[in-house]
Design a protein around this ligand. Structure first.
Ligand code: GLC
Ligand code: CA
Length: 568
């Protein structure tokens, strides 16, 4: 990874300044991560090097050339730390050790070095809202009420009375307070009982986290993705969970203790963030994080009561309005992250596109929309070949703690098995966790052993080997989008204007920077759709992605899932 300092040195040698004007355009790149693309790896499901059925670090190293070919700038690596794996590694028992199922610390060091040699940074998952209950801190805390580690966690002597502020429900179901039989008190956990929440009000705990972050940064990692970071300022007794009063103070303190003078990227996962409060995290002068993952485009289509288990269908005018609001809120004020999917969400093409007849075209259309907005785009493993939801039909196929818990809870509440399974088929986190489909070999070339979770049955016709060889495939389209962003300050920094906001399936927007203009036109529908007579400029030219000549004008017909980007 080229550091900011190296970049400036090179530019100085070439006598270009970072703010120099080039062809009349001010190049406004201020940080490497504003032109880089992130790629998320869910290690257990990426590539298995030793045939135990679980993806691992040597497996990732073996695929670095593939990722370099795609053109990514950094890998967000989901947790590989020591963990009992109750929540697939989001329950950490030692922040400075590698889980043996994923490899060794020597493998990790090799991954950092091999990635760097290909100009790819490694971004670690920082899971510090909670630890595993097997972490030495929690073991010490529960074994002795007077241990200095007791106050690393959050305790009360009684379960909260029903309906009082502290009576909070955990994300994976049940009360957020569990009895610790060893010490006779209740501890707080926003996720599984095996994931006790850390007490961020304790400065000693915060100092431990900072030291651990510095330890990883000194090893050469490129930054952190911060798991549910908007929860660390919580005040459970007052019923405050997300976006607590101390949150931004903790983030600023963390930045100062770890990131100052380094050239790292940080992305905070913040389910509570809105276009209104997102600038508080990412405004550069506030020195908190580079950007946040916010989820407005996801949660707006959840049911009021059953949430993700009863998803609503996608309403494009609403979705477009959400994207436009983010684009406007952060333009010139902070920085956006752009994503359709991750390891907690369904596959992009299944949720927002069409996983049948139009799988390839709709996957490409979705990529075009996302990658031509302002922000740092993230690709979730397999998205670059248009992988689909798992298609599981029985609860036995699921591995995810959340899915399994909610199956029990909702059935007990009277939800029918078939209804629950339909919801899980649409929105279980396991949809994105089936193994990466590398080839048509047994188990999709992911492993020669027994995979820990079933491979999607469609791997014979949907895999890297097939898709990558197809110039019109999904992979080559992502490659072109990534290259286009790298070459165009307009894509990185242009402003954003949504056209035809109310159109039910046409997604049309303009990007402008100085005298330059880009028009993006996408038909998110299975129907051929005509461009309306008003509201879209007439533009003729070459589609920047395919090189084909196109003419955008009133009455022009767009094929199902057609997607174009042209200069205007
Ligand atoms: C985040 C992770 C998710 C995990 C949870 C608890 O939302 O992305 O996978 O279960 O935090 O750590
Ligand atoms: Ca393995």
């Amino acid at each position: 990874m080229m550091s900011r300092r190296e970049a400036i040195t090179i530019m100085a040698a070439m006598s270009i300044s970072p703010a120099s004007s080039h062809a009349g355009i001010v190049t406004r790149d201020m940080a490497w991560w504003q032109s880089a693309i992130g790629y998320q790896i869910y290690p257990a499901s990426f590539a298995d090097s030793n045939d135990d059925g679980i993806g691992d670090i040597p497996g990732i190293i073996g695929k670095l050339d593939y990722l370099a070919e795609l053109g990514i700038g950094f890998i967000w690596l989901s947790p590989v730390y020591a963990s009992p794996m109750v929540d697939n590694g989001y329950d950490i028992s030692d922040y400075r050790a590698i889980n043996p199922i994923f490899g060794t610390m020597a493998d990790m060091d090799r991954l950092i070095a091999e990635a760097r040699a290909r100009k790819i940074g490694i971004v670690m998952d920082l899971v510090v809202n909670h630890t595993s209950d097997q972490h030495p801190w929690f073991r010490a805390a529960r074994s002795d009420r007077h241990s200095p580690y007791r106050d690393y966690y959050i305790w009360r002597d009684q379960p909260p009375a029903k309906g009082t502020p502290a009576d909070i429900e955990a994300s994976f179901g049940g009360s957020a307070w569990s009895l610790d039989p060893q010490s006779g008190e209740y501890y707080f956990h926003l996720f599984a009982p095996q994931q006790p929440d850390l007490n961020w009000a304790n400065p000693a705990l915060r100092a431990e986290v900072h030291a651990m972050m510095n330890w990883w940064l000194d090893k050469g990692v490129a930054g952190f993705r911060m798991d549910v970071i908007d929860l660390i300022g919580k005040q459970p007794e007052a019923g405050i969970v997300a976006d607590g009063p101390e949150l931004h103070h903790y983030l600023r303190e963390m930045h100062e203790a770890t990131l100052t003078g380094r050239d790292a990227v940080t992305v905070g996962e913040a389910w509570s963030a809105t276009p209104t409060n997102a600038p508080l995290y990412s405004a550069p002068e506030r020195q908190e994080v580079s950007m946040v993952f916010q989820f407005g485009h996801v949660t707006q289509f959840w049911d009021e009561k059953l949430g993700k288990w009863k998803p609503k269908s996608i309403d494009w005018p609403r979705l477009k309005a959400t994207f436009a609001a983010w684009q406007q809120a952060l333009h010139g004020k902070g920085w956006n992250s752009l994503f359709w999917g991750n390891h907690d969400l369904p596959r992009a093409v299944s949720r927002y596109g069409d996983e049948g007849e139009y799988r390839v075209t709709s996957a490409k259309a979705l990529a075009t929309i996302l990658h031509l907005m302002e922000g740092t785009p993230y690709i979730y493993q397999g998205e670059e070949i248009g992988m689909t939801n798992a298609g599981f039909t029985s609860i036995e196929q699921y591995r995810d703690v959340e899915t399994i818990n909610f199956h029990r809870i909702q059935l007990a509440q009277g939800v029918a098995e078939a209804d629950f399974l339909a919801g899980a088929r649409a929105n279980s986190r396991d949809n994105a966790r089936t193994p990466m489909q590398w080839s048509a070999a047994p188990h999709a070339g992911f492993t020669r052993g027994q995979p820990w979770i079933a491979v999607n049955e469609n791997f014979l016709r949907l895999n890297v080997e097939l898709d990558r060889a197809d110039t019109d495939g999904v992979f080559q389209h992502y490659r072109r989008l990534i290259a286009l962003r790298r070459e165009n300050a307009l894509i990185r920094h242009g402003d954003f204007r949504l056209l035809l906001a109310d159109h039910p399936c046409l997604i049309i927007f303009e990007r402008r920077l100085g005298a330059e203009c880009l028009l993006v036109v996408v038909n998110m529908s299975r129907q051929e759709t005509a461009i309306p007579t008003m509201g879209v400029p007439s533009v003729q030219g070459r589609d920047l992605l395919t090189g084909k000549q196109v003419s955008i004008k009133a009455g022009a017909k767009l094929k199902p899932y057609a997607a174009f980007a042209l200069r205007c």
